[in-house]
Design a protein around this ligand. Structure first.
Ligand code: UT7
Length: 329
């Protein structure tokens, strides 16, 4: 771990210097789902905006996806793995009970003797990781940080439950953050309300070698929907007020990709036209902690997000957890 002494800490920013992603090759389409449960292409598209999602192969794991996304981000940053000071993986679907996916990833990357840990904040996990990485860099604990959001959500999906099985997909997205004097992460704000557990959970645990409780995702969609729209609007207001930026200054809204109607409601609240919103859920579904970095990586690679753009990232998930982050890209 490197330590830095700087006279003016206010001039230190955590800047996203690269992005990366990985999606499994297997596509699960709405027509495939029509053959599995009582649903329709029309219902899924009008109620969620999702057209297809990716499902990992039998011999693939969330750490495999994290590794591929991390390699992509490292290559795009043009850095060596030896420059990385901390690895944070946001996931709810680590390969093992322990050690963490971050430690497995560290080993796969051949990096020794740096901190590596997972964050479990469900769909908000990537934003929680960004906040933590920002604090590490601002407090001179680290210089260069790898964050990966990776989730094998399909492991927890009951493909007989039409309420949930149409929503989720697998994937991984990554960023490299580096200390910079020019603005990067401007402000972050995270929240949690544990009373949300009844509305969105996968309650199983392992006890005495047995799975105890229901291992599948249960969601009361309508309640989650309403809370998500309100929480995301509130956090956007708060970030703008505290940072003194205006809605008009936002170049791109990059939201968690759960439901197009939640995204449209959030954009509407900000008076942002949908052509200023990055939408990838039609192709990926809801990939939990991977959703925001996957959307960011897509937007960078197709040339939508450019250096100097002001990005509002925000997300909501199980816990409940939610948060947002204003970033100068
Ligand atoms: O990432 C974590 C955060 N997650 C979210 O933010 C997700 C939030 N929730 C949602 O996105 C939406 O609530 C859902 C997409 C899950 C559901 O949409 P909805 O418009 O809230 O539908 P609903 O739950 O109110 O159900 C409406 C109807 C029901 O039938 P009845 O009772 O009106 O006859 C459901 O049984 O749609 C039915 N339904 C379906 N029909 C066809 C529910 N799932 C399906 C389905 N196909 N897959």
């Amino acid at each position: 771990m490197k330590f830095y002494q700087k006279k003016d800490q206010n001039m230190t920013y955590a800047k996203i210097i690269s992005t990366g992603s990985y999606l499994p090759s297997k596509i699960l389409s709405n027509h495939d789902l029509e053959k599995m449960v009582d649903t329709s292409e029309e219902w899924i598209i009008t109620r969620t905006g999702i057209k297809e999602r990716r499902i990992l192969a039998d011999n693939e794991s969330s750490c495999d996806m994290a590794y591929n996304a991390a390699i992509d981000a490292i290559k795009n940053a043009n850095i060596s793995t030896s420059e990385i000071d901390v690895i944070i993986v946001a996931t709810v679907s680590a390969d093992m009970i322990f050690p963490s996916n971050a430690c497995l990833l560290q080993n796969r990357l051949g990096i020794k003797n740096i901190p590596a840990f997972d964050i479990n904040a469900a769909c908000s996990g990537f934003l929680y990781a960004l906040e933590m990485a920002n604090a590490y860099i601002k407090s001179n604990i680290a210089d260069t940080i790898l964050i990966v959001g990776a989730d094998a959500v399909s492991h927890y999906v009951n493909y007989k439950d039409r309420d949930t099985c149409v929503l989720f997909g697998d994937g991984a997205g990554a960023v490299i953050l580096k200390r910079d004097n020019a603005p990067g992460i401007i402000i972050t704000e995270m929240h949690a309300d544990g009373s949300g557990v009844e509305f969105l959970h996968a309650k199983a645990k392992i006890k005495n070698g047995e799975i105890v409780g229901d291992p599948y995702i249960h969601m009361e969609g309508r309640a989650v929907f309403k809370t998500a729209v309100k929480s995301l609007s509130d956090v956007a207001n708060s970030l703008l007020t505290k940072s003194s930026y205006t809605k008009e200054q936002i170049t791109w809204l990059i939201p968690h990709q759960a439901n197009i109607r939640i995204i449209e409601a959030t954009a509407n609240h900000l008076n942002l036209p949908m052509d200023k919103v990055i939408v990838t859920l039609d192709k990926h579904g809801n990939t939990s902690a991977a959703s925001i970095p996957l959307a960011l990586d897509y937007a960078v690679k197709v040339g939508k997000v450019k250096t100097g753009d002001l990005l509002l990232l925000e997300g909501f998930g199980a816990g409940f957890t939610w948060g947002g982050c204003l970033v100068k890209y």
